[in-house]
Ligand binder design. Structure first.
Ligand code: ATP
Ligand code: MG
Length: 427
C-alpha cells in the first residue's frame, strides 16, 4: 500500500476527550472515529488490526474443535422471555420493535439463540459434544461507555457455546477453552492472568476471566506471585495453574481463603476474555433435551466463552506503546514493514524504494510505503505512531552505495544493510 493512496487521517494533536493512552493512540493513528457515544467507525488501519485478531481467534477456535456459525445481531424477545432474562437484563439491552410491533432486541450475547439452534437440530448423545462459536457485533447500552473501544456500546465479540452430556465432559470442554484462550492471548503477545470470577448475570460457578495487566484496567486483580513464572511455560499444566490464587474485584473481596498480602501481587487488569460453565441453566429453562444412550431425555450441560475482539485492539495498545506511539506485536500489526523515502525527488532513493516495495509485495509481506512529499520528521513520526514493527529507511546517502537502513520499532535499533539482506530478515 502506498501511503499517498491510503486513507490514514493522522492527528497531530492529542484529542482531549480521550482519557487513556490506547484511546488517544487509536484516534491519532487514524484507526477509529466515533460515530456516537460508544459506537465507532473502523477506518482501514484499525480494521486491519481487528481482522488480524479475529483470524488468530478463529484459527485457535477451529484447532480446538469449535464450529463457526454466524448468528444475527437482531434477536426475538420471545427467546429471552423463555430463558427468563428478558426483564432481568435491564437497561443494558437495546430493545426494538419492528413494523408489526414485534419485540426484538440487539443481542448483548447469544445463549438463547444458540440454545434455540441446538434444540431444533440436535437430538442425540451421538452428536455431542459440540462447540458452536461466532464472531459478531454485540450491543450493550452501557451506563458509562468510555475509553474508546475498550468499553463501547457496540463491540465485536467472539462467543462460543459448549454442549455436553454430563459434567465430566462439560469440564473437559471448559478446560479446552481455557487452554485455547491462553494460546490465543500468547499469540497476540499479551501477558494474561486467568482469575477466578463471579459469573454475573449469566450465572454459574466455574468461571474465569482473562486479564491483561495494565494500570488503566477497570478490574482490580490479586494473584499469587508464582503464577507469572508458571504462565511463561510453553506447555501449561492447567490443573496446577488453577490451584494458584487469582481473583478479581468482588470475588477477591468475598473470598474466605484469601492469601496474606505479601504472597500476592495486586494490580489492575483489562478483562479480555471470560469462560464459564453454567450447567443446565438454559437447557432447563428452555426445555432443551437430548436422548442419552438409554433413550432417556437429559438436559445438556452448557458453558459459554467470550472474547472481546474489539476491546483487544485497545488492550494490546495499552500493553505495547511508548511516548512516540504504538508498538504492534508482529502477529497483529496492520503492516509488518513501513518504507520511508527520505527524499522523494532523489531518483536513486525513489528507485530503490520502489524496487523493495515490489519485492516485499511479491513475498506477501504487508508493507506501507510512505511515498508522500512530506518532511522526514513527519514520515518518521507517522510510522512510529502507527507502530509498524519494521521500518525501511532509504535516502540519497545510502542509495548511492545501494544500502538501506532497517529499523526495529520496539528497540529503535537501526542497521545499515543491502536490500537482499533486509528481505531475508523480513520474510
Ligand atoms: P465487563 O465486566 O468488562 O463489562 P462482562 O463481564 O460484561 O465484561 P462478558 O459478558 O463476559 O463481559 O463478555 C465477554 C467479553 O466481551 C468480555 O470479556 C470483554 O472482553 C468483552 N466486553 C464486554 N463488554 C464490553 C464492552 N462494553 N465493550 C467492549 N468489550 C466488551
Ligand atoms: Mg459488562
Amino acid at each position: 500500500m502506498k501511503l499517498s493512496q491510503y486513507f490514514l487521517p493522522l492527528l497531530k494533536e492529542t484529542p482531549n476527550d480521550a482519557q487513556i493512552v490506547s484511546h488517544r493512540l487509536m484516534l491519532r493513528a487514524g484507526m477509529i472515529r466515533q460515530l456516537q457515544s460508544g459506537i465507532y467507525n473502523w477506518l482501514p488501519l484499525g480494521l486491519r488490526v481487528l481482522k488480524k485478531i479475529e483470524t488468530i481467534i478463529r484459527d485457535e477456535m477451529d484447532k480446538a474443535g469449535g464450529l463457526e456459525i454466524l448468528m444475527p445481531t437482531i434477536q426475538p424477545a420471545e427467546l429471552w422471555q423463555e430463558s427468563g432474562r428478558y426483564d432481568a437484563y435491564g437497561k443494558e439491552m437495546l430493545r426494538i420493535k419492528d413494523r408489526h410491533e414485534r419485540e426484538m432486541l440487539y443481542g448483548p450475547t447469544a445463549e438463547e439463540v444458540v440454545s434455540d439452534i441446538f434444540r431444533k437440530n440436535i437430538k442425540s448423545y451421538k452428536d455431542l459434544p459440540k462447540n458452536l462459536y461466532n464472531i459478531q457485533w454485540k450491543f450493550r447500552d452501557e451506563i458509562r461507555p468510555r475509553f474508546g473501544v475498550m468499553r463501547g456500546r457496540e463491540f465485536l465479540m467472539k462467543d462460543a457455546y459448549s454442549f455436553d452430556m454430563d459434567f465430566e465432559s462439560a469440564k473437559k470442554s471448559y478446560d479446552s477453552m481455557y487452554k485455547t484462550y491462553l494460546k490465543i492471548f500468547k499469540r497476540m503477545g499479551l501477558k494474561v492472568i486467568p482469575v477466578q470470577a463471579d459469573s454475573g448475570a449469566i450465572g454459574g460457578n466455574l468461571s474465569h476471566e482473562f486479564q491483561v495487566l495494565a494500570q488503566t484496567g477497570e478490574s482490580e486483580i490479586y494473584y499469587e506471585k508464582e503464577l507469572e513464572t508458571l504462565l511463561l511455560q510453553d506447555e501449561i499444566d492447567i490443573e496446577k495453574l488453577q490451584k494458584y490464587y487469582a481473583a478479581a474485584d468482588e470475588k477477591h473481596e468475598t473470598q474466605e481463603n484469601k492469601l496474606p498480602p505479601h504472597k500476592l501481587n495486586k494490580t489492575r487488569g483489562i478483562e479480555v476474555g471470560h469462560v464459564f460453565y453454567f450447567g443446565t441453566k438454559y437447557s432447563k429453562a428452555m426445555n432443551i433435551t437430548v436422548k442419552n444412550n438409554k433413550g432417556e431425555d437429559v438436559f445438556p450441560e452448557m458453558g459459554s466463552y467470550g472474547i472481546g475482539v474489539s476491546r483487544l485492539v485497545a488492550a494490546i495498545i495499552e500493553a505495547n506503546h511508548d511516548e512516540n506511539g504504538i508498538i504492534w506485536p508482529d502477529s497483529v500489526a496492520p503492516f509488518k514493514v513501513g518504507i520511508i523515502n527520505l527524499k522523494t525527488n532523489d531518483e536513486s532513493s525513489t528507485k530503490m524504494c520502489d524496487e523493495i516495495y515490489v519485492k516485499l509485495r511479491e513475498k506477501n509481506i504487508e508493507v506501507l510505503y510512505d511515498d508522500r512529499e512530506e518532511s522526514t520528521g513527519a514520515k518518521f513520526a507517522a510510522q512510529d505512531l502507527i507502530g509498524t514493527p519494521y521500518q525501511i529507511i532509504i535516502g540519497p546517502r545510502g542509495a548511492a552505495v545501494g544500502k538501506l537502513e532497517l529499523k526495529k520499532r520496539a528497540t529503535g535499533e537501526k542497521v545499515e544493510m543491502l536490500p537482499e539482506m533486509a528481505l531475508g530478515k523480513l520474510v
